[in-house]
Design a protein around this ligand. Sequence first.
Ligand SMILES: Cc1cc2nc3c(=O)[nH]c(=O)nc-3n(C[C@H](O)[C@H](O)[C@H](O)COP(=O)(O)OP(=O)(O)OC[C@H]3O[C@@H](n4cnc5c(N)ncnc54)[C@H](O)[C@@H]3O)c2cc1C
Ligand SMILES: O=C(O)C(=O)CO
Length: 378
Amino acid sequence: MSSSSNTYRITIVGAGIIGLTTACTLLKEYATNENLQLTIISEKFTPETTGDISAGYWEPYGLKTIDERILRWAGYTYNIFLSEFFSIKASCGGIMKVTSYRLYGFNGQNKDNNINNTEKPKFSELVRHFRLLDQHELETFDHLKPTSGFVMSSIVVEVSKYLPQLLRFLSQDNRVKFIKKKIHSLIELKDKADVIINCTGLASRYLVGDQTVRPARGQVIRVYAPWIKSAYSFDTDEGFGYVVPQSDRVVLGGTFQLNDWNTKVDENDTRKILRMCAKALPALEQIHSGRVDVGLRPYRDDGVRLEHEKTIDGINVVHCYGHSGAGVTVSWGCAKDVVDIVKTLLPPNSKRQDNLPEHEQLWRLVPNFKYIILRAKI
Ligand SMILES: Cc1cc2nc3c(=O)[nH]c(=O)nc-3n(C[C@H](O)[C@H](O)[C@H](O)COP(=O)(O)OP(=O)(O)OC[C@H]3O[C@@H](n4cnc5c(N)ncnc54)[C@H](O)[C@@H]3O)c2cc1C
Ligand SMILES: O=C(O)C(=O)CO
């Protein structure tokens, strides 16, 4: 399997949130493998990845089904992000805990028929402080007149601040190499890697010929609204809207347009997003400008593809793509499963360094990381 020097040559294609989270998890699991050579090849790096545009909000969204895998990945990711160690030490990595309100039904029409006043979303058991809103609380959103809703503690990851932290963490390890390049076929890597990890998102449509991966176009607006400190998502008569606070801007969304490849700003979408969000939070009617971003979520008909494939050319590939609107939400859970598969192909030569919780191990392995965080914080 590996080259004669028993070197473990692993190549990750894609440096979005999925690729970089996977790389960090690999370093944790192969902490004492001096024989590891990890190459990260990507056409684009932050801030040009899909995640950089995203609202970075924790909630499984934009998936045809929220199955056991999604719940397991999302729950694991939630705990990593909310662990004391991670949120304190990584706070300047753009990670925030937010109170989040989800409001169903608009003007009393409960369009989302499978949600009523008593039903909870599948992920309610995964999060802290989840509670259904009572009638009095629902009435405080009288401009929307929701029929039901809930409140919980969620997480916001400002990906354009977070990915640079992961890159710094990775670049502290001399086993890691970065290559900024577009590859046209995995065969190009055949004799250079023992295992390839495909984290190319929507581009997997071309790179591995998966025609079930399609764009789900998302447009968002970043506005200056410092009075908004909670997250809101809601139904309106024009669709699903959301308001997600980040460190110095608030992300207003959004659109979810399947098979729409347009990456240019659509002014009608901008006006619609502002109208929807102002229905939920009328003070937003004062907002007339912001930075508009467009991204193409990697939607996949059968959901996330996370599996090992031995190609006809004998290449070991572990695929991890198709996260649609939930790539941030499931990132650490997916990375763990990907690396568990890699470990069956290239067994790491040691167990964890001590019995620290998973997230502490990850960051404790590279003291500089904490230093980087503290330095960045200063
Ligand atoms: C508007 C919007 C809002 C969103 N909000 C949220 C949210 O609130 N919460 C959430 O969880 N998710 C959200 N998402 C979804 C989330 O952004 C994606 O699920 C996630 O970014 C996918 O990550 P990825 O690493 O798989 O793909 P990408 O970020 O697209 O990264 C793929 C990488 O592969 C590289 N690549 C592709 N092809 C090649 C090639 N041939 N050779 C070399 N490199 C290649 C690219 O350059 C890129 O670096 C949102 C998305 C959008 C568009
Ligand atoms: O727009 C998206 O993809 C989201 O996940 C919003 O939270």
